[in-house]
Write a protein that binds this ligand. Structure first.
Ligand SMILES: Nc1ncnc2c1ncn2[C@@H]1O[C@H](COP(=O)(O)OP(=O)(O)OP(=O)(O)O)[C@@H](O)[C@H]1O
Ligand SMILES: [Mg+2]
Length: 284
């Protein structure tokens, strides 16, 4: 069995009528059971990668594999593939299909052929997990963008895919809903779901991800454990995405600190400062 759940080998993709390719020679491997973040500038190809990974777009060249099984576009294979891979679109308007919130969440579950009682129980649980109970019967067109995003995430997570692809999941969410989402994501990661999140929020990536993939102009330019990737990016002269705030603060202080791994959360950062503060420093 492969240690990698999803693999792209030398994949090219150009949208119909586009002048330039969106993906060119993209190769990557996604580690199983890890929390991976995908970063890169606007237009570098993150959402296109997701469309291909979910079998919604067909590469012009190259191979895409899930657990060593190549993606083919016959109906039977596509159906099996989509049962294993769940995609939350960047734009929730593209995702939602049913008239109400509860109907939308039940849509995918019904398609899985589950008995009615099981669908009903899962819908109730999902509405509770995503704080959507009061909106259950609301028409989708009456929801705010952040509420629509939450419904689209809830609908895909209810299906419990083996690989969950989330395109900018925290866009439009307020801080409370962002925290709730992270709790849900951590819970399913602990159950063994492999997660891939495309985001521009580097502070989130630094604290959340086990593994990071970096794209530029349709290709992968860096991959690895989170700290190692940010260390590499920092040394690339043309890299313009910026760096996480904790990484920046630690890199300024670390020359004066013992050689310990960089802190990945505010709590770790504060505890290091307290532990290693010079005994001659005045108390605040
Ligand atoms: N439907 C489309 N038709 C033509 N070109 C497209 C289409 N969708 C995307 N593109 C082009 O493909 C390239 C990759 O776009 P993609 O949406 O994958 O980037 P992204 O990394 O997800 O960007 P963002 O960070 O803005 O979400 C861009 O140059 C974009 O202009
Ligand atoms: Mg995108």
């Amino acid at each position: 069995m492969s240690e990698h759940l999803l693999e792209f080998e030398d994949v090219d993709y150009r949208y119909p009528l586009a002048t330039a390719p969106a993906l060119q020679g993209l190769s990557l491997r996604l580690p199983k059971h890890k929390k991976t973040a995908l970063i890169g500038q606007n237009g570098c190809g993150k959402s296109t990668l997701f469309l291909i990974a979910d079998g919604l777009a067909k590469p012009d060249r190259g191979i895409v594999k899930l657990d060593n099984i190549p993606l083919t576009f016959d109906r039977a294979n596509l159906k099996r593939w989509r049962q294993r891979v769940g995609l939350v679109f960047q734009d929730p308007e593209q995702q939602l299909v049913a008239p109400t919130v509860a109907a939308d969440i039940s849509y995918g579950l019904c398609n899985q052929g589950l008995p009615e009682s099981e669908v009903a129980a899962k819908v109730m649980q999902t509405l509770a997990d995503f704080d959507l109970e009061s909106l259950a019967m609301s028409p989708l067109q009456h929801l705010s963008l952040g509420q629509k995003k939450r419904v689209s995430i809830a609908g895909v997570m209810a299906l419990q895919p083996e690989l969950l692809l989330l395109d900018e999941p925290t866009a439009y969410l307020d801080p409370v809903q962002t925290r709730n989402l992270l709790i849900e994501l951590d819970a399913i990661a602990k159950l063994g779901t492999t997660l891939l999140i495309a985001t521009h929020d580097l502070d989130f990536v630094y604290q959340w991800a086990d593994w990071v993939l970096v794209m530029e102009r349709g290709r992968l330019i860096a991959e690895g454990e989170t700290l190692a990737v940010f260390d590499t990016l920092q040394s690339l002269p043309d890299f313009s995405l910026g760096m996480p705030i904790l990484w920046q603060m630690w890199s300024r202080l670390s020359a004066k600190m013992p050689a310990v791994p960089a802190p990945r959360s505010i709590e770790e950062f504060t505890s290091y400062l307290e532990k290693y503060r010079s005994p001659t420093a005045p108390n605040p």
